[in-house]
Every structure is written in C-alpha cells, then in structure tokens.
Design a protein. Structure first.
Length: 167
C-alpha cells in the first residue's frame, strides 16, 4: 500500500464515519431540538400535544423509526432508486464489474461441464455439437480474458451483451 493510497483510505474511512454515524446523530439531535424549541414551544395548540421535550422525543421516535424503516424498505425493495444506484456502481467501478463477469463465466462453465458430465455418466457419447459449444465458450472467454483490463469497458460490454442491452 503506497503512502498516497493510505491517505485516500483514511479520507474514505473518515467520510464514512462522519456521514454514517457522526453527522446522522448530530442531524437527528439538531432536528428534534430545533423543531421543538422553535416551532412547538411557540404554539400553544402544539404545546398541549407535546407538553415537554421528552414527550416530544418519545412520540417522534415512536412514529419516526417505523416510518423511516418503511421508507428504507421501499427504497430497496419497491422503487427503482436502489436499482439505479447499483447500476451506477457497476458502471463506474471496474472491480464490481469484474466480479459480476467472473461469476457469470464460472456459472456458465459449471453448467456446461456439469451437463456434459451427466451425459457422459449416462454412458452416452458426447456429441460434436456439445464439444463445439464448449470450445466456442472457451474461445469467447479466452478472448475476453486476454483483452479486458480495469480501465477499458470490456467487462461492461460483456455484461450488457449478457443482459441483452444495447452497447
């Protein structure tokens, strides 16, 4: 690990710690404090619902946590937002792309070899079309393996081809 890399790693860890934990906690405390003392404390009708800061926090937390869990669930499971985030991650991160492509390649090879083994185990001769299919796949994967780098788009092109997307 180079010194330059160490600096960027520390910067990344700092940003993750700040944005995930520190800023989150401070923002929650700030929002609760500001909304209570600037809004609720100045309106008698709201003051009857939330007579103290502690009751306000209890009510808001009891409603807010389940609501935010539902929103988080919807983000991951029910909306296109998370899919778009993952698409961008795959497009912009060659390491993620490489992992996905390698997984697809391994799966194809395993399926093809397993099917051929099943045929062989049933005492049937493997026909030439199956041998040709295996050879074609090996040539395709050798070509990809020889030409792809982390800086070119070969992995992304391969993924798009496998998904049936246009280049």
């Amino acid at each position: 690990m180079s010194k330059n890399n160490l600096v960027f790693r520390c910067w990344y860890y700092f940003r993750m710690g700040w944005s995930t934990y520190f800023a989150f906690i401070l923002a929650a405390i700030n929002t609760l404090t500001v909304t209570y003392f600037l809004a609720i404390d100045n309106y008698p009708s709201l003051k009857t619902i939330f007579p103290s800061f502690e009751i306000y926090i209890t009510i808001i937390v009891s409603i807010g946590i389940p609501l935010l869990i539902a929103i988080g669930y919807a983000h991951f499971k029910k909306s296109q937002a998370f899919k778009s985030e993952v698409d961008i991650l795959v497009e912009s991160n060659p390491y993620v792309r490489r992992t996905i492509v390698n997984t697809e390649i391994i799966l194809k090879l395993n399926l093809l070899l397993t099917n051929n083994l099943i045929i062989d185990f049933k005492n049937k001769k493997i026909d030439e079309s199956k041998i040709k299919e295996l050879e074609d796949l090996v040539h395709e994967l050798e070509k990809l393996s020889e030409t792809r780098t982390f800086t070119n788009s070969n992995d992304l092109d391969y993924l798009k081809k496998e998904l049936g997307l246009k280049n």
